[in-house]
Each structure stands twice: as C-alpha cells, then as structure tokens.
Design a protein around this ligand. Sequence first.
Ligand code: GDP
Length: 369
Amino acid sequence: NSDELYCIGCGAKIQTVDPQEPGFMPQSALEKRTDDEDLYCKRCFRLRHYNETADVSLTDDDFLALLNQIGESDALIVNVVDIFDFSGSIIPGLHRFVGNNPILMVGNKEDLLPRSLKRSKIRDWLRQSANAQGLRPVEVCLTSASKGHEIDRLMELIDKYREGRDVYVVGVTNVGKSTLINQIIKHQTGISDLITTSRFPGTTLDRIEIPFGDGRFLIDTPGIIHKDQMAHYLSPKELRLASPQKEIKPKVYQLNEGQTLFLGALARFDYVSGEKQGVVVYLDNNLMIHRTKTENASAFYEKHAGKLLNPPSEEEMKTFPKLVRFEFKVTEKSDLVFAGLGWISVKAGSIVAGWAPEGVSVVLRKAMI
Ligand code: GDP
C-alpha cells in the first residue's frame, strides 16, 4: 500500500501507476523495500545514484535559457573548472550572463598537482586566467572532489558569499562537478538525504536542489558539453590512460634543438631552437613519452601512432583528429599547456611548438614554478 508514502527526495507522493508523473516507483521496487529504508521515487533515485541530470550542448536553446535564468536571479555562482583543462572548462559567454552576481571559482582536481607547486601560485594563475575570460571571481578555491580536499573551505566560502541567497553551481562536463556535488551533499550531513529535484522553467533540463536550511538552495545545473576537450576524442578507458590519475611526478628530459617528444600519440612537443635544456614534463606518470628527431617526427607518427605510440589505441586512431601545430617564442620561463593532459615547462630564450588534436588547445603561460 503506497497511500501514505512520500519520496524523501522531492516530497512527491509515491505512486506505481504512471512513470511520467511525479513520485513514480515500480511496484517491484516498492515491494522489495524494507521499512527502515529511505524511500526515493525513481527519478530521485537515479539523480542520487547516477547523477543523471541531462548534459546540454553549448548551442542548445536550453543552455541559453539556463544561463539567462541564472543571470536574472540574485544568486552566488560557483563555477567549477578543471585545473588541467582551463580552456576546456570555459563556459562561453558566462561573463555576459552573470550580471551583477558574484562568482566563486573552484579549481578542481587539485590532488593531481605536484606537492612542490605552491597552492597560492595556482590560485593566482586561476584568477588571472579567469580575468582573461572577463570573469572577476570574488574568490578562488582549489578542491579535490574525489579526495574530499578543501570541501570545508569551499562550504565556508559559499556561506560567506551567498549572503542568504541561492547558489548555482555551473560547469562543463568532466570537470568533476558531479563528484563535487556528492561531496557537498555528504558534507551537509543531516540534510544529506534531502535532494529535491525540479525543472528549469521553460526547459527540459533537470536541476538538483540541495537545501541550505534557510529556505535557500544550492542548485546543481546540467553539465555543459564543451567539445574542445580531449575527453571527447577518447573512450573512458583511453581517457584514464591519458589524463593524470595521481599526483604528478615531474620528469626532466634533456633536449637539444631539433628534438621532439611524443606524448603517446595524443600530442607532441618540438624543441625548435635554443640551447640545450632540461624541460620538465608534468603529465600522467604512466603516459609513454617518446623522444625522436623533429625532422623524422611526422613520418614516425604516421607509422607508429596507435601502435608504439599510444594512447589512443589503433582503433581509436581511425577517428582521432589530426595533430595541429602551435609555435611559441618563450621570453620568460613558461609552461606549454596541453589542455587536459598537463604541461611542459621550458626556459626563456627558446622557440617551441606544441601539437594537439584539432580543437584541443595548446597555450603558453608564465611558469607556475
Ligand atoms: P562532471 O562531468 O563534471 O560531473 O564530472 P565527474 O564528476 O563525472 O568527473 C569527471 C572525471 O573526473 C571522473 O573520471 C572523475 O573520477 C574525475 N574527477 C572528479 N573530481 C576529481 C578530482 O578532484 N581529482 C581527480 N584526480 N579526478 C577527479
């Protein structure tokens, strides 16, 4: 009998008749349930366990409606970015939509950075990168959603800057937003079970609302798909091989001009000119780095990509975009950043080139160390 049962997530009365209506739960699930178990309707159950808010593509009307709605509300905006892929984390036009709302920027995946890197420096860099995008965050915070680092700090900052308002958490897919939301829910013990769900008005998009207890909510928005991410060209398995999984241990390679490093078959670094130097590589510890002469490098890639040089696998090479070259003159100690993968630190007075799959960015920034 489901007469007096309510979903602990959204508060809807449980029913077993219409899957499209609120509070639906299959009869079989209802029967299997024990008395002391919290009851979730199917929709809340899925949102809780699989974080199934629909991701949206950048051009969707829904996406624009979502940003407009955020712009029109009086709220704190928490923008989650991946420290390893800042350019792939950018929500185009976000600065035009936020209006007067404050932005708190969260640089996630902090656990991957070498401990030797000063956190204050990374925050400075993140702030500068945000400024360059027209965003002026009130504060920058570094977290590891997967390790649960600095979640307390984040919650403190959220409380400080929301000033009694709602909070919107925005981010593109793969930055770790779902993982972070789960940490926030865990952190808010006592009300951790009270995920409520609703729709963004005028859209088909779901949102998750986590109550603060003062009538205000932390609202998780759908992940926004940014196609210029390495993640979109690799299978989950290959992605794990390509993107750093553990604290990066920097490695030094002594290079002469005219030498090239292949990063698997994912990217390539050419030391075009300059004195012999030790470049420092900040990439996944297991990613295979192969050194070769630049003059033979393209032919080498042609022959070995997907085989000796991997990831990607031979299968994935068939659809993997071709590598595009970006050349830089290095006038101060700098990091050549391969979006999503990591970076290579080079000294002043050299010319270098970075190659990445078409669409994925390569940028030069002032060295972090
Ligand atoms: P979302 O698409 O933004 O919701 O991202 P997910 O939460 O699904 O995470 C994307 C990927 O990044 C997953 O493989 C996570 O395991 C990984 N990830 C998320 N947070 C962290 C973190 O703090 N550190 C590390 N190393 N990986 C993370």
